[in-house]
Ligand binder design. Structure first.
Ligand code: IMP
Length: 186
């Protein structure tokens, strides 16, 4: 089965390719406009991306929206995680700001919502979450984004220190992708 993945984030593309080995994932074709992610929830933003891709291509499309939630910040940055330190901010700047504001050991949660939209406009949503805590230091060469400071529950290593398969087994995106995979098989 082929599926269009509406993302321009190479890290996400690689993670989805690992998470959905039975699927041929096509990237968003050049020239397809990605609308602003101005929804009020992960689900809204995932649907905005998947709807635009399905409409532009006439194909079934999936998109995810994800973020990190800090208990110490009342759930922020959440849906604003990609631009926490400002529009166009780098992963490094976003991570530095989170470290400034959240003490080590404080609760964090990664959340991911995947939207599947078919050409007839039928929509389905799949959720995944992963609980963890703020690491004392940023460590680890793998993953992306906030992974160097996210210690998953039950782990002593950060997400960025885990092997790909270990991250996939417990990550928010892994959980949401497995729910999507089960639904696609039914
Ligand atoms: P979006 O889903 O494209 O809006 O981006 C979500 C943002 O949340 C990313 O740019 C990262 O900063 C962060 N994020 C989401 N998932 C992960 C992950 O698996 N590891 C690290 N950071 C993540």
């Amino acid at each position: 089965m082929r599926l269009l993945l509406a993302t321009r984030n190479d890290h996400k593309m690689r993670e989805f390719a690992r998470l959905m080995p039975g699927l041929e994932l096509d990237p968003l074709p050049e020239g397809v406009e990605t609308p602003p992610e101005d929804g009020g929830s992960y689900a809204d933003n995932a649907l905005i991306k998947a709807r635009a891709a399905a409409r532009a291509t006439g194909r079934a499309a999936v998109a995810d929206d994800s973020g990190i939630e800090a208990e110490a910040l009342g759930g922020a940055p959440g849906i604003h995680s990609a631009r926490y330190a400002g529009a166009g901010a780098s992963d490094g700047a976003n991570l530095a700001l989170l470290r400034e504001r959240v003490p080590p050991g404080s609760a964090l949660r990664y959340v991911c919502v995947i939207a599947h939209v078919d050409p007839a406009g039928e929509e389905h949503l799949f959720y995944g979450a992963c609980d963890g805590t703020m690491a004392p230091n940023a460590t680890g060469p793998r993953g992306f984004g906030y992974d160097p400071v996210f210690v998953p529950a039950g782990e002593t290593r950060t997400m960025a220190e885990l092997a790909d398969a270990e991250k996939d087994a417990m990550s928010h995106r892994g959980r949401a992708a497995r729910a999507l995979g089960e639904w696609l098989r039914t």
